[in-house]
Ligand binder design. Structure first.
Ligand code: AMP
Ligand code: MG
Length: 416
């Protein structure tokens, strides 16, 4: 029997990013940058005002200025150089006139008539600090600076940055096409009748959702019965148009478990392993001669889910080009004990939540490998080490957060 870490290493080390592709910025959310992004222009691109007010050159002494003719507004014409002793009306985002270095808020300025001048003066109620309220050219970054490394995940903030640099298209990792073939004579599609003895296929829909959440493109196939030649034909067809094939069920050693032989018939020699994990002991992995990967997941719905989270999701993230493919992990205090017999690494379904000062993990009462309700209510897996003989309530355990819940990008930065 392999340890969980051995099996993870053997499977995940064999996945490398797919060839990159160019996509429009509007379609780039969640993709992974395939090359570093280098600034095309200074930010800010020109000296401009951060406020509505008056542009002037600070001298530290007099607190009034003659009002210069005209104004500078965002998107307006370039202002003329500022004559000494004058101040120009300016608005947020507008270019500073050459010669100006400071902006005074309009709230801190009073317009006065100057009879001698026969014109307007502006008087400041506060002595301006030189440089205040000015966004200096290149004060944030300079053209040529590396702004994002290869491997950066595109989120809304990244989209804003790239758009502000005039980017319309970018090079990102291609989304892997992931075929899903559930197997089992007993399976019926949700929406159809399920006479006694049959059951609804939950693994197919679960995997399609989990693949999408991981950034892959699911390609769903009809469930196939426990017939070796039907399975071989279905696997061969599914492999034609996929980067990765996920099967569920039929990987144990029962009389009706034909997935391993059928995949061999389809040209994919498969290693079947007993992995020292609970749930999810039987797991199969192999590659077609063209290098397409196949993961044979157990049929048990909780086992299929857990093995997908541990093996399938990181594999998809690697294909996508994510340099951090593992599930986000935190440390959390258990609110109840977790029983465990030494032997296999257990991945207990828990609900983690953040209290004011720490993460806590509530173990679900139902830890059976068929307990779908527990899985639906959980948001993380608590890792109970193989050698442990149980974890006390109050102890701190490592928890792997499900990768497909809202807020996941934030969870990525929560490693403790
Ligand atoms: P197997 O790995 O084929 O021995 O299946 C283990 C258990 O999981 C059996 O009770 C199956 O009925 C159940 N099972 C297998 N595939 C699915 C599926 N796609 N959806 C729901 N349950 C399944
Ligand atoms: Mg079966």
């Amino acid at each position: 029997m392999r340890t969980l870490d051995e099996a993870l290493g053997a499977v995940l080390d064999s996945f490398t990013p797919l060839e990159p592709e160019t996509v429009g910025l509007d379609a780039a959310l969640g993709r992974i940058l395939a090359e570093p992004f280098v600034a095309r222009r200074d930010q800010p691109a020109f000296d401009n005002s951060a406020m509505d007010g008056w542009a002037l050159r600070a001298t530290g002494a007099d607190e009034t200025r003659v009002v210069a003719p005209g104004e500078s507004a965002a998107g307006g014409p370039r202002p003329a150089p500022l004559a000494s002793g004058t101040a120009l009306r300016i608005f947020t985002g507008a270019p500073l006139p050459p010669g100006a270095d400071t902006v005074v808020l309009q709230e801190d300025a009073v317009l006065e008539r100057d009879a001698v001048l026969d014109g307007d003066r502006v008087r400041f109620t506060e002595a301006p600090t030189p440089g205040q309220h000015v966004r200096r050219r290149a004060s944030e970054f300079t053209a040529g600076d590396e702004l994002l490394p290869a491997g950066a995940v595109i989120h809304a903030g990244t989209v804003a940055l790239l758009a502000s640099q005039g980017v319309r298209e970018l090079l990102v990792g291609r989304r892997p096409r992931v075929a899903v073939v559930p197997t089992g004579d007993e399976l019926r599609a949700p929406g159809s009748d399920a006479p006694e003895g049959s059951l609804y296929d939950s693994n197919g829909p679960m995997l399609a959702a989990a693949i999408t959440a991981a950034g892959g493109e699911p390609v769903r196939h009809r469930a196939v019965g426990d017939d070796r030649s039907a399975l071989a034909a279905a696997f061969a067809r599914a492999l034609e148009d996929a980067d990765l094939l996920l099967t569920t069920g039929g990987v144990s050693v029962g009389d009706h478990d034909h997935v391993k032989e059928a995949l061999a018939d389809a040209g994919v020699p498969l290693d079947l392993w007993k992995v020292a994990m609970k749930p999810g002991k039987p797991l199969a992995f192999g590659r077609s001669p063209e290098g397409k990967a196949v993961l044979g997941l157990p049929g048990n719905p909780v086992s299929a889910f857990v093995t997908f989270q541990l093996f399938g999701r990181p594999a998809i993230r690697r294909l996508l080009g994510d340099p951090r493919p593992a599930l986000p992990r935190i440390h959390a205090r258990l609110t109840a004990p977790l029983a465990h017999r030494p032997g296999r690494t257990e991945l207990a379904r828990v609900r983690v939540e953040r209290t004011t000062d720490a993460w806590v993990a509530h173990p679900h009462a139902q830890q059976g490998s068929g307990a779908l309700l527990a899985m639906a209510q959980a948001n993380a897996l608590a890792v109970v080490p193989a050698e442990s003989s149980g974890v006390d309530g109050g102890a701190v355990v490592e928890c792997l957060l499900f990768g497909d819940l809202p807020g996941e990008p934030y969870a990525r930065h929560l490693d403790t």
